[in-house]
Design a binder for this molecule. Sequence first.
Ligand code: APR
Length: 237
Amino acid sequence: MLTELFNKSKHTVVLTGAGMSTESGLPDFRSALDGMWNEVDPLQFASRDAMKYERDLFVRFYKQRIQKLNEASPHRGYYHLAEWERSGELGCILTQNVDGFHQLAGSQNVAEMHGSLRSIYCDECGEETSSERYMNDDLVCHCGGFNRPGIVLFGEPLPMNAIHQAKVEAKKADLFIVLGSSLEVSPANVFPMEAKRNGAKLVIVNQEETGYDSAADLVIHEKIGKVLNDLAEAKAQ
Ligand code: APR
């Protein structure tokens, strides 16, 4: 069924969540078993207030995430998506992830709706700096501002260009595939239904149920790595 939908589609858009990266060794947020937010309260770490009032905890939390990122790498599924972009079979990837793995695997048309852990910039003047400086606790910009990760913190606006691109793509899509998201966070969770309203087929690939499964044309409760490898094999036949 997924192979037919994918082969028939003229403009496929993929929305990825943290479930896309778990098979690369990065924990997701809400998996019943070992989601990151089961251990910590996101507002305790991933918020502007945490950055301002719990700076040491904030810095430690993100240094740990950047360290984990540097020790991990994109699994085969990322390379399939990049290959399908090159062959013109995949129009765009909208991602909630901040690991930069899609670009690392060769995808070019990627909208990072929650920013990226791969960039560090000064919270005052906006000047970019290196991850190395951040990892070495060199946290003060020459302007006196605080060098922070380029991710969107709770309480911050989302990058307008990425959200605009997501809106455009949700309108263009005739096939919209969700890979590894609980779809609990807006506005990312708006785009699957936006695409459906515009006539797209909606596919949700997620190990656990989501609140949008009933609206999907196809739901696959399986590991993403297997689903993408199976799709690649079916297309190669
Ligand atoms: N294959 C398929 N599904 C998987 C896999 C896998 N290998 N691993 C995890 N999942 C599923 C989980 O069952 C879970 O429902 O992926 C989903 C991930 O959901 P979340 O952990 O909620 O991650 P996400 O939807 O990306 O969270 C959105 O919340 O905290 C914010 O900014 C953060 O971008 C994040 C946003």
